[in-house]
Design a protein around this ligand. Structure first.
Ligand code: F6P
Length: 472
C-alpha cells in the first residue's frame, strides 16, 4: 500500500535518559499536531533525530523498537554530527544567512561536509523503507540536500519539500559557497513550499540566477523535470487554543494572574532564545515607554518568556547574557517597592500556562527581526475568545502578510514600537474587537489541518501534471 514518509530534522518526540532508561516526551509543536493525523495512519512513517546522542548500539536498537510502535523512525546523530551539522552548518551558516544576519555566519568546509554526510544518513534510512509510489514530505533547512539525494536513487518517487524559515534574497543567498549544491538539492522535490510569496519569489530568483535552469512563472525546469514552487502559509491548531480557554487548569491560572496583577496591564512576549527574534530591541522599546510615559510606571508589566534554545551556539549564549543584563538594568532603573516592570522567565512552560497568559494579556508584542511565519502571534489570536486584546506584529514576520489587522511595526524602529504600545494601551474595546474578529476568522480557517491538506493535495496534482507531460 502507498505510504507517506514525513522527514524532519527532529522527530515529534524527544528522548531523555535517566539511569539508563529512555523516556519519550511528545512534542506540543504545531507541525507535530498537524502531521500527527498523517504519520500515525496505516504504515506511514516519520523519520528524524530523537534529539539526544545515543552511542550504544543496543540502546539504539531498544529506542528504535520503541519508536517504531508509533510509526517513528530515528536517525541517530553522533556528538560530532550534532556539532558540525546541527550547530555548525544548519545554525551557524544557513540560519543567520536565511534570517538576513549574514554577519553571524561562518562558512566552514568541515561543517558543510558534515551537512552533506548527515543528509546522506537520512537518505540511507529513508531508502530502507521507501518504495516506488510512496510520498515523501521533507521539512526545513537542515535537509536541503535530501530531495536531490532521494531523487537520484528513486527517480519516480513523489517528493514534497517545505521550508519553515525565510528564503533570503539572492544577494544574501549567493554568499554561501555551496549555493549551487543547495539549490540542486532542493530541486530534487516535485513541489516546494514557502510561507510567503516573497520567500517563493526569492527562491525562484536565486535558482534562475545561479543554476542553468528555466523558470516560467512558478515552475522551474531542471534535469528534464518540472518543479512547482508555491506559497503555503502555515497555520496553527486553532480549535486546541480555543478549547484551552475553558480548561479548568487554564481558568485557575487566569484567576491567579488576575489576583497577582490586579489593575496592571500586561504585555506578553514569548520567544525561543534567538537573535532573529528582536528581543533586545523589544526591551529597548519598553524602556523608552517607561522613560517617555512615566504615567505607566506601576501600571504596565512586560511579561517576557524566553524559551532556552541552541545555547551551545556562541551567539545564543551571548544573547542570553545580554538579555539578563538589559532586564536587570530596566528593572533596577524603574522598579518600585511594589512593582517590577519586567517579569522575565528563561524556561519553557506547559501549554496550559501559555494559554492562560494569552488569555490574560492585554497586548502580545511580537517583533522579530525576521521570522518565517511566527506561530506565537497566531496562538495569541486564537486564544482571544472574547475577541479583545491587541497584537503588535513585526512586518518582518511571515504572519504579518496575513494578520493585517495587527498593529504592524518595523522592528528596527524602536520609537515606532513604543508608539505602537501606547496605541495598543489606548485602543478602544470596539476597535480591538473589530481587528481581533478579522484575525480570528483567518486563523480559524487557514489552520494547520487546512495547511497539511492543501500541501498534500497540491503535491498529488503536481505529480499528475508531471505524468501527463511525460505521456504527451
Ligand atoms: O523555525 C524553524 C525551527 O527549526 C522549527 O522547526 C523549530 O521548532 C525551531 O526552529 C527550533 O529548532 P531546533 O531546536 O531544532 O534548533
Amino acid at each position: 500500500m502507498r505510504k507517506t514518509i514525513i522527514v524532519s530534522n527532529r522527530l515529534p518526540v524527544k528522548i531523555s535518559e535517566t539511569d539508563g532508561e529512555f523516556i519519550l516526551h511528545t512534542s506540543e509543536g504545531g507541525l507535530a499536531t498537524g502531521l500527527g493525523a498523517v504519520y500515525r495512519e496505516g504504515n506511514n512513517i516519520w523519520v528524524g533525530w530523537p534529539g539526544q546522542e545515543i552511542i550504544d548500539l543496543k540502546d539504539q536498537e531498544k529506542v528504535t523498537k520503541e519508536l517504531r510502535k508509533t510509526n517513528l523512525m530515528p536517525v541517530f546523530l553522533t556528538q560530532e554530527e550534532i556539532n558540525n551539522f546541527y550547530e555548525g552548518f544548519s545554525n551557524e551558516t544557513l540560519w543567520p544567512v536565511f534570517h538576513y544576519m549574514a554577519v553571524y555566519a561562518h562558512y566552514e568546509q568541515v561543517n558543510w561536509d558534515a551537512y552533506y554526510q548527515v543528509n546522506q544518513k537520512f537518505r540511507d534510512i529513508i531508502l530502507k523503507v521507501a518504495e516506488p509510489g510512496d510520498i515523501i514530505w521533507i521539512h526545513d533547512y537542515q535537509l536541503l540536500l535530501l530531495p536531490g539525494m532521494i531523487r537520484a536513487a528513486l527517480p519516480e518517487i513523489s517528493i514534497g519539500f517545505f521550508q519553515h524559515i525565510p528564503f533570503p534574497s539572492y544577494e544574501l543567498f549567493r554568499l554561501i559557497p555551496w549555493r549551487a549544491e543547495i539549490l540542486e538539492g532542493m530541486l530534487g522535490a516535485d513541489l516546494m513550499g514557502f510561507h510567503t510569496f516573497d520567500d517563493t519569489r526569492h527562491f525562484l530568483n536565486a535558482a534562475s540566477r545561479i543554476l542553468p535552469v528555466n523558470t516560467s512563472a512558478n515552475v522551474v525546469s531542471f534535469n528534464d523535470r518540472a518543479i512547482v514552487v508555491e506559497t503555503f502559509p502555515m497555520g496553527i491548531d486553532y480549535d486546541k487554543f480555543v478549547a484551552l480557554g475553558s480548561d479548568p487548569m487554564v481558568l485557575q491560572q487566569i484567576k491567579n494572574l488576575k489576583e497577582n496583577f490586579q489593575e496592571d496591564r500586561l504585555i506578553l512576549s514569548i520567544d525561543r532564545l534567538d537573535y532573529s527574534k528582536g528581543i533586545l530591541q523589544r526591551l529597548q522599546a519598553f524602556e523608552l515607554l517607561l522613560q517617555l510615559h512615566p504615567e505607566y510606571i506601576g501600571k504596565v508589566v512586560l511579561y517576557m518568556i524566553v524559551v532556552p534554545s541552541r545555547d551551545t551556539v556562541p551567539q545564543y549564549k551571548e544573547l542570553r547574557d545580554e538579555i539578563d543584563k538589559q532586564v536587570g538594568n530596566i528593572n533596577a532603573r524603574f522598579r518600585t517597592l511594589a512593582w517590577h516592570p519586567i517579569q522575565y522567565f528563561y524556561r519553557s512552560f506547559p501549554v496550559e500556562t501559555l494559554s492562560a497568559l494569552y488569555n490574560f494579556a492585554d497586548i502580545c508584542l511580537v517583533t522579530p527581526m525576521r521570522d518565517g511565519m511566527n506561530l506565537v502571534s497566531k496562538e495569541y489570536v486564537a486564544s482571544r475568545n472574547n475577541n479583545d486584546g491587541v497584537l503588535i506584529l513585526s512586518e518582518m514576520a511571515g504572519a504579518s502578510k496575513e494578520l493585517i489587522d495587527a498593529i504592524i511595526v518595523n522592528p528596527n524602529n524602536i520609537g515606532a514600537i513604543t508608539r505602537a504600545i501606547v496605541d495598543a494601551l489606548d485602543m478602544p474595546l470596539a476597535e480591538q474587537q473589530r481587528r481581533m474578529k478579522q484575525m480570528r476568522q483567518l486563523v480559524s480557517k487557514f489552520n494547520i489541518h487546512h495547511w497539511v491538506k492543501l500541501f498534500m493535495t497540491r503535491l498529488q496534482e503536481v505529480n499528475e501534471m508531471q505524468q501527463n507531460m511525460l505521456a504527451r
